[in-house]
Design a protein around this ligand. Structure first.
Ligand SMILES: Cc1ncc(COP(=O)(O)O)c(C=O)c1O
Length: 450
């Protein structure tokens, strides 16, 4: 039985009416990738206000590893809402918050005793992690990488790469943020082997600690183990390990930003688990809350305790409703069965993507870790010149017309990424990927890419 059932054009008339109201009422800068107005959602199926059922491979930008509205999570949130919606953790303490803190300390790949602080969004978590690192080390500098995405507050926007889409017009940015090259293996010079390219990236990093900033002035190196917005670029293992070594050697903190790639997204609970590396701090959000606004910074206890009492927190941080939901999300994700299935999803998706690549010269690369996968479109496989963002939009728009919600990504906006719920059936994978393959085929034939 297919999941997708379309009864109107996409978008349907009711969606169009609501979108028109949204456009009139909302600041235009607030991003909007589709013109679908949603009424309800369950698992990977999204029902719009016109009665169409669509298949969701975007998952609220990777928030829904457990799918839309899993019943145990909905029950936990309802039960908490009936008891108490908000206490403000600055004023009193709720048990769900304490339970979540304990759970995160237990599961996070942190060496020795861990402590956690909760926030509301990914950007807030990254910004708070930087505050903690600065407080602990007494140093100002933060090292980040090309292609990184860390959020949209002023500090995290400074840390974010990709100027035109995210940063244009918002300067001045924060001081003491140093951006270094990132070893994107797909875009290595032809003359270098992958090993030589990683060596070169490591030497650039080491050299930056002489030419850009002294390590004694660096509080932290912040890195996404798998870049999200940057186009699902998997950090080469030797590069990540060298960061770990340099941090330990010079007293800089290693902060893994796992907001997109954590919580089962790569088939491991945390992406750093693939590498056997333990960061000093780790930021988590998105699938942690299964759609509820919650984020966490988990780190070594002595580091987390550096800021003075009262230095961290916020009115909503530790919301009992969000904590109740997050506890259920973790219980679902942190099982051998869930993670095994996530890996199987990855294998099945990868096969489909490789087939698309086989039949289409414009697919330059298929990459990722576990089910966190992307295809990158280029004008020419040799030159690797990216296709334009509009050309990829034509593909995602064609897929949407057929009922598949799917997102772009990449520094050049020339990738299509898979961030589906990780509870998909094989049939749903095949259904969605056939639509994507056809959307690529049709747009190529029409010459959009060619
Ligand atoms: C790696 C990473 N860090 C930080 C953020 C910012 O999270 P939020 O949008 O919740 O502020 C994101 C969001 O996509 C992300 O992918």
């Amino acid at each position: 039985m297919p999941t997708i059932k379309l009864v109107t054009e996409i978008p349907g008339p009711k969606s169009q009416a609501i979108i028109a109201r949204r456009e009139a009422a909302s600041a235009r800068g607030a991003a909007k990738l589709t013109n679908i107005a949603v009424e309800s959602a369950v698992g990977a199926a999204v029902k719009d206000v016109d009665g169409n059922t669509l298949l969701d491979f975007a998952g609220g930008i990777g928030m829904l590893a457990v799918g839309h509205c899993p019943p145990t999570l909905v029950d936990a949130v309802k039960a908490q809402a009936e008891k108490m919606i908000h206490n403000c953790a600055i004023v009193t303490t709720s048990e769900p918050m304490v339970e979540l803190l304990e759970l995160l300390n237990e599961i996070a790949p942190i060496e020795g005793p861990a402590k956690t602080v909760l926030m509301n969004s990914g950007a807030e978590a990254v910004e708070t992690a930087v505050n903690i690192a600065r407080s602990y080390t007494g140093r100002p500098g933060i090292i980040v990488f090309e292609g990184a995405y860390h959020g949209r507050t002023n500090l995290t926007l400074t840390m974010t790469s990709k100027y035109a889409l995210f940063k244009k017009g918002f300067a001045p940015f924060a001081p003491e943020v140093y951006r270094l090259p990132f070893p994107n293996l797909y875009r290595k010079p032809d003359a270098m082997t992958e090993d030589q390219f990683v060596d070169y990236a490591i030497s650039q990093l080491e050299n930056a600690l002489i030419s850009h900033v002294d390590p004694s002035a660096v509080a932290a190196i912040v890195i996404e183990p798998v870049q999200g917005e940057g186009g699902f670029i998997v950090t080469p293992e030797r590069f990540l390990k060298r960061i770990r070594e340099l941090c330990s050697e010079h007293g800089m903190l290693m902060i893994a930003d796992e907001i997109q790639c954590g919580m089962g997204r790569t088939g491991e609970l945390f992406a750093v688990n693939h590498y056997g590396i333990k960061p000093d701090m780790l930021t988590s959000a998105k699938s942690l809350g299964a759609g509820l606004p919650i984020s966490a910074i988990i780190g070594k206890a002595e580091i987390m305790d550096a800021p003075h009492p009262g230095g961290l927190g916020g009115t909503y941080s530790g919301s009992p409703i969000a904590c109740a939901g997050a506890i259920e999300a973790i219980k679902m994700i942190n099982t051998a069965q869930f993670l095994e299935r996530a890996k199987q999803l990855g294998e099945r998706f990868r096969k489909h993507l490789l087939n698309i690549q086989k039949e289409n010269e414009m697919v330059g690369d298929v990459r990722g870790l576990g089910p966190m996968l992307v295809i990158e479109f280029v004008k020419d496989r040799k030159t690797k010149e990216p296709v334009s963002a509009q050309e990829v939009v034509a593909i995602t728009a064609a897929a949407l017309q057929k009922g598949l919600i799917i997102l772009r990504s990449g520094l050049y906006s020339n990738c299509i990424r898979l961030l589906p719920p990780l509870i998909l059936t094989d049939e749903q994978i095949d259904e969605g990927m056939e639509i994507l393959a056809e959307a690529v085929r049709v747009n190529t034939k029409q010459g959009v890419l060619g």
